[in-house]
Design a protein around this ligand. Sequence first.
Ligand code: SAM
Length: 282
Amino acid sequence: MPGRPMHVPDNLPPLRDVIAAHDLAAKKSLGQNFLLDLNLTRKIARAAGATEGGVFYEVGPGPGGLTRALLSEGAERVIAVERDQRCLPALAEIAAAYPGKLDVINADALALDERAILPAGTRIASNLPYNVGTGLLIKWLACETWPPFWSSLTLMFQREVAERIVARPGTEHYGRLSVLAAWRTRAKILFDVNRSAFVPPPSVTSSIVQLTPLAEPVAPANLKKLETVTAAAFGQRRKMLRQSLKPLGGEALLEKAGIDPTARPEDLSVEQFAALARALAS
Ligand code: SAM
């Protein structure tokens, strides 16, 4: 079909058969909601840039639906980290179908030092386990050095979390995660994924979010100080900042940063949070 990327058939069995053959009943404790529709996983792989080649990092490949899609759409190499040992034989079959292109690490992604194993410019693409998704995103956004080791994040989240990531000031979902994401990246929701696409279906709609790192943060600030002020401000989001920021210096801190002490956290731009972080550091 003109205009569509070439799809390389991998001769691997349908994912339902893989799950049955390896007895991969989904475990809730590991956030397992599998995607079995390879057309959908290919759509996600293309959104993540797999047709351009390059190296990809995937957290939680499970039975391998997205892994297969990344490889068949053109990824040169996929490094995947999976906590559930039961999935390893199924993933070994994918590695055999794509010799030298898939490395699987059996580990907890939260504890892994990715910079030690991933080349610079790696793209991260994952259908994240819902229970550790936000923790992983914060880990990738809170890198000590910026720009980070990754060149894009294309990630599945529950819709509500996706809205928090991309929220703008003055809106209901604006919070700590929005400030951190907008400070260092451009973040957008690409498309929604219906619950019925997963086995078993989760209780809510999911969304694919893409984050691209800015060359440098929108305003200078120390990351730890920025986290301290956003935690204090949004920890009491209904209160005026002169009240919620009292333990950090209250009105004097706000004055130093040039911010109205009667403002509430959702009124502040990312630049203003950065100004507060600088005032706290000085
Ligand atoms: N990528 C597969 C798909 O789209 O069908 C599975 C996605 S499922 C939502 C999340 C996967 O992450 C599961 O395979 C689960 O075992 C794995 N997982 C959960 N916690 C993990 C952790 N801390 N580190 C690595 N993998 C984890």
